[in-house]
Design a protein around this ligand. Sequence first.
Ligand code: ZN
Length: 477
Amino acid sequence: MKKVKGVKKILIIIIIIICILTTSFIVYFMNNRTFHVKEFSDIVEVNYKDEFLENPGIVCYGNKLKCKKIIGIRKGWVDTNKLGEYNVTYEYKYGKKTLTKVQTVKVVDKENPTLEVEDTEFFYCPNGTIKDYKASALDNYDGDITSSVTKYLKDGKIIFEVKDSSGNMTSLIKDAKEKDDTKPSITLNGSNVVYVKLNDKYNEQGYKAYDNCDGDITSKVKVSGVVDTKNIGEYTISYKVADESNNETIVKRTVFVYKDVNYTTPTGKSIYLTFDDGPSKYTSNLLDILKKYNVKATFFVTGKGIADGYDFIIKREYDEGHTIGLHSNTHNYNIYVSEQTYFDDLYAIQNKVKEITGYTSMIIRFPGGSSNTVSRRYDGGAHIMSYLTKKVEQDGFRYFDWNVSSNDAGGTTSTNTVINNVIKSLGNGSTYIILQHDTKGFSVDAVETIIKYGLSHGYTFKTIDTTTPTVHHTVNN
Ligand code: ZN
């Protein structure tokens, strides 16, 4: 009986075990009919401008041992033309069951920028400063990133580096030598030509000095030279600076001390300012400047200025002590057709000036000057200038050409060039007759500087009268 009882017990245990196993197996199979994610990346990267490819991974439905692969349906898009993060959703469906997975797609730029340096030889300063080399950098995403190029010195080599906005870096390593033969620069504040009135104070306007190796070296500039404002004349101030490698630069400033009003100098050097073709809208300003310096000038006027309504300017010129010369009534070169046409024109302007001022001018300047060749076009081979130059003097006129041309009716169109043209022509002669046109604003703007220059160099400004030494050109027709 005991043995039977034992067998029964064992059977019951076996049955219980079989029941448990069967239940577990059934439960196992029932419970595992679900989605299984076998391969899926939460984060994927795609290169800038590359094609975006789907990454749905591997998901299946069923149980672990035996399951059916499910095709993931993507929702969302990735623009690979724009760097950044995009969320893409994949949906896996089996029957009525759905699994959703979110994937982060990073559009990244991993391409290094290009970096080029034009120069072939490289130098650095004794103190390690590197001069500016012409580098250029281009990036596939950022475009021109030349301004981001950096450089530094390491073990006798210059290293150029540039990084794009994604941190991709390109370097160029260049063998370099220590050298400094570049002179520093000195920049003067204000003009390098300064005019100071007699007995006024000379104010130094300052300067800046810069060196490619040493940087701002303004404090090292040595200034020499004295301006004696008690005496008219030309003075030079020198500015000298040297860098650490003894490269030296000298810059000069010229200071003219001038008497603020025209006066008769003992030098015997005279300037006659003459203005043709006016009056015009610029002449009144010119008269103000002349008045300021007590300088008298000579105006060779035309009928056009009068027709334009500037007769009152001729009156003012006359009243303020300037000489009114006769240029032409019409200023048309067809006046050179004959003696008759020339004199008709001359007397016409003479009469107009007399009507305005009460003064009969006998001072003339031929349109084009006595040396003009334009008259050949009109006079039919009569050599009219040879004739007129004699005839006008026989009739009591005096004609004046010029020996200093501002070229303001030629190629010159700037005030500074007018000034330079005039100043370079002045020397130690006794008579300088300067030709300008008061119909040109830029030329009128040069007058004050010309006066200051003249007054600081011992010239007396005079007006032309019948006693003025003759300046005549060679007659060419
Ligand atoms: Zn003219």
